[in-house]
Design a protein around this ligand. Structure first.
Ligand code: CP3
Length: 337
């Protein structure tokens, strides 16, 4: 929280995107006994336990709520399921005719168990550790809602953008309203800060990047600040390239998460105006060895002159050996793993 407030730390605080999940044997065991992935998200005791697993094992400086970005469309009435090995499967919203029955005001009630988990995690967590709430960026969530799941080329959603921009804007508006409520409820329940995961920001060129990434993020930040004046917001516009440079000023986010592709020289420029978070390659963390140690030192040294939260450039991958994560934390803190 101090680094988010602009302090430069001698040892950078560290957490990892997707730090709770399948690379941990204790997660896989719980997951097997629990039925579906969404049951984990909507059962507070399980969400609390999974959130705490990586904190116990690695002593990270922050916990991130165990949940998913797709609980927001699920709560609005867009059907969401997770199939083993296939990722998310969503009932696609393809045009304004599919809006019938969708209601952003239902998200807060639907996600009550999520907020219950947030309160219980905050109570269980040591006071000096931060609790991070989160939501997907509106554009990223829209890609899943329109494509019906993960996508490579975003053809359906882009066709909609250019054939019926006014209709698509209504979807963006509904998702924005729902996201504001969802984040606000997490903050009310005890989240110390929130992160907006805009994982597919890099799929858009500048005019659409502004309309569907920057503008909704700005609305979310402004609405949150009106209710919770000081809450820090971390924006993560993944793979947005040069568009990341003006993103913090244009959206009002407190800090910027940097993807793996952001060069340290560019990161240093951004760090002159806002704290940065990132950006170790998750595949390098899985690979390990001397290249990993070298890269950790480079990122650390490159961003030591300003506020920096150590993290990956995208989520941790399931094949990551937990030992490599323990080594990363020990290396940063100057301890033996
Ligand atoms: O960071 C954390 O540990 C908190 C939990 C968290 C999850 N998903 C749990 C999860 C967070 C922050 C997310 C964010 C998320 N979810 C994003 C944005 C970040 C990113 O990685 O780009 C996206 C795009 C999703 C949507 C999603 N959820 C997909 C595409 C999938 C399937 C593929 C995959 O990466 O697993 C999920 C499932 C999911 N979300 C799992 C977990 C632990 C795996 C579920 C399982 O056990 O099978």
């Amino acid at each position: 929280m101090r680094v988010l407030a602009g302090e430069t730390a001698e040892v950078p605080p560290v957490w990892l995107m997707r730090q709770a999940g399948r690379y941990l044997p204790e997660y896989r065991k719980l997951r097997e006994s629990a039925g579906s992935f969404l049951d984990l998200c909507y059962t507070p005791e399980l969400a609390v336990e999974i959130t705490m697993q990586p904190i116990r094992r690695f002593d990270f400086d922050a916990a991130i709520l165990f949940s998913d970005i797709l609980v927001v469309p699920d709560g609005m009435g867009i059907g969401v399921g997770f199939e083993d090995g296939h990722g998310p499967v969503v009932d696609p919203v393809r045009d304004a005719g599919d809006f019938r029955g969708l209601d952003p005001d239902r998200v807060a009630g639907h996600c009550a168990p999520v907020y219950e988990a947030v309160s219980a995690i905050r109570a269980a967590l040591e006071p000096e550790k931060a609790l991070i709430g989160f939501a997907g960026g509106v554009w990223t969530v829209a890609t899943y809602a329109v494509e019906g799941g993960s996508s490579r080329n975003f053809e359906a959603v882009k066709h909609w953008i250019w054939s019926d921009p006014a209709g698509f804007d209504r979807l963006i508006d509904m998702l924005t309203a729902a996201t504001i409520e969802h984040l606000s409820c997490q903050i009310d329940a005890g989240a110390d800060c929130v992160q907006i995961f805009e994982s597919w920001a890099g799929a858009l060129a500048e005019p659409e990047f502004h309309r569907y990434v920057v503008a909704p993020t700005r609305r979310i930040v402004e609405a949150l600040r009106a209710r919770h004046e000081t809450v820090p917001v971390i924006g993560f516009p993944r793979a947005a390239g040069r568009s990341i440079d003006g993103y913090a000023a244009a959206t009002g986010v407190t800090a910027v998460g940097l993807d793996t592709g952001v060069p340290l020289a560019q990161a240093q420029e951004i760090q002159k105006s806002v704290p940065v978070q990132g950006n170790l390659d998750p595949i390098l963390l899985a690979a390990g060895g001397p290249a990993l140690a070298e890269r950790i030192a480079e990122i650390r040294a490159g961003l030591a002159g300003g506020p920096h939260i150590f993290n990956l450039g995208h989520g941790i991958v399931p094949q990551t050996p937990p030992d490599h994560v323990a080594e990363l934390v020990a290396t940063l803190r100057g301890e033996a793993a």
